[in-house]
Design a protein around this ligand. Structure first.
Ligand SMILES: [Zn+2]
Length: 219
């Protein structure tokens, strides 16, 4: 079942590793089927180079396993994915990685401000990528910690842990967001270094909200 979705999630999990966003077995990815509401999610403890579409686990919103062809467990962060899908009914894909620069800001519990205009695609409402308060990985506490941040923005850091991006479209869109956040985090790190650790000027939410795609501008 849901063959196309399984293939998409599997391919993105591999690509994220090859792009250096997550190493070894870290990070996890999921997508929600628009018709059935079932969720296709990456399995726990599987080498991504060996990962194949049939290894994806299909679950429902209450974590019941619907299909499990390779007899693998869903990722240990399943509760967090489900909490996001419950909180944001418009969301259909989630990407979670431990990429180095973004995770560095998560470790020091520092939200990333809107320093370049591309952040306009990240669904921010407070001109920042927020940090979800620490919750022990794999526990209900971590799942609870993402409720407010996922209402605030389409991406957030997990304190002392990593980064999450969510999207209304397919898993490729969520993957693009986590890739972009890593780039943005590196830029921010370099800006802070150049500025002797002092924070830099950032865009306000009002400015972000006033941007429109060029084709929408009346000349
Ligand atoms: Zn993680």
């Amino acid at each position: 079942m849901l063959e196309k979705l399984k293939e998409e999630v599997c391919n993105i999990a591999k690509r994220a590793q090859h792009d250096g966003l997550c190493k070894h077995k870290s990070g996890n990815f999921s997508a929600r089927d628009k018709e059935t509401g079932y969720i296709v999610i990456t399995p726990a403890g599987m080498d991504r180079d060996l990962l194949k579409p049939d290894d994806m686990v299909v679950i429902d919103i209450d974590a019941n396993v619907i299909e499990n062809l390779s007899n693998l467990k869903p990722t240990s962060e399943t509760l967090m994915h489900l909490m996001i899908y419950k909180t944001r009914e418009d969301v259909h894909s989630i990407a979670h990685t431990h990429s180095a620069f973004a995770t560095s800001f998560a470790i020091v519990n520092k939200p990333i401000p809107a320093i370049v205009y591309e952040v306009a695609t990240l669904g921010l409402t407070k001109a920042r990528i927020p940090v979800a308060p620490y919750g022990r990985p794999g526990t209900p506490a971590l799942a609870e910690s993402v409720i407010e941040p996922c209402k605030e923005a389409d991406c957030f850091l997990l304190e002392k842990h990593g980064v999450v991006a969510i999207d209304k479209g397919n898993i490729y869109e969520a993957f693009l967001k986590v890739s972009y956040i890593e780039e943005l985090s590196e830029l921010y790190y370099r800006c802070l270094s150049l500025n002797n650790g002092k924070d830099v000027e950032a865009f306000t939410q009002e400015e972000l909200d006033s941007w429109v795609y060029p084709t929408q501008v009346k000349l």
